[in-house]
Design a protein. Structure first.
Length: 201
């Protein structure tokens, strides 16, 4: 199994796992997705979406124009106003949408995918534990905490990727390398990041 991390963070998230016969896309939010070379579009068998925030979804239309494959997402994330406004009329017909549930594995080509509930400020976000015949990969999306189910998968995974995207000291002091940050986060955003949305580095 090969892993290509095309982006992680607020600017966009996307990872591709590939083996000899198949590939799977995890999230689809990186800018200029269509211009990234060497994406194995002909091998992609499905797109798994962790949650409905746009930095994880905003290039989904682009991806589906290149690969006519199912989208795997929890029902709760699919029916958020944000996701429906962006994609509801575009991918509403089965079998393009496949609803998934935490702790119920499903098959995407030669990959077995296990969704695991994440702790983020959306209705039902998920991490994904992906296995093929030879390797396993834990894809940790936005989360404030790691559940025991997620931890157990991380312990047996061959590869682990976790998104942790803020520095607690920087957020507390509004400084980076002793320099004042020009546009510091306001108190509401700081609270959201720390207590409902993300892990610190």
């Amino acid at each position: 199994m090969k892993a290509y991390i095309l982006g992680s963070g607020s600017d966009g998230n996307c990872t591709i796992l590939e083996n000899d016969s198949d590939a799977i896309m995890l999230d689809c939010g990186v800018p200029r997705l269509s211009k990234i070379e060497d994406i194995p579009w002909d091998k992609i068998r499905g797109i798994c979406i962790t949650h409905s925030h746009t930095d994880h979804t905003n290039k989904l239309k682009t991806a589906l124009r290149r690969a006519d494959v199912p989208v795997y997402i929890t029902r709760e994330e699919y029916f958020t106003d944000r996701f429906q406004k962006q994609f509801g009329g575009f991918i509403e017909n089965p079998p393009l949408i496949k609803f998934v549930e935490p702790n119920l594995a499903f098959q995407v080509g030669s990959f077995t995918v296990l969704p695991i509930r994440a702790c983020h400020d959306t209705p039902l976000p998920c991490h994904f534990f992906v296995q093929d015949e030879y390797n396993s990969f834990f894809y940790g999306s936005d989360t404030v905490d790691i559940s025991m189910d997620a931890f157990n998968c991380m312990c047996i995974a061959d590869f682990v990727m976790i998104e942790s995207n803020y520095d607690e000291q920087v957020m507390k002091t509004d400084t980076l390398d002793n320099e004042q940050i020009i546009y510091p986060y306001d108190s509401d955003l700081k609270y959201r990041i720390k207590y409902t949305a993300h892990m610190s580095n």
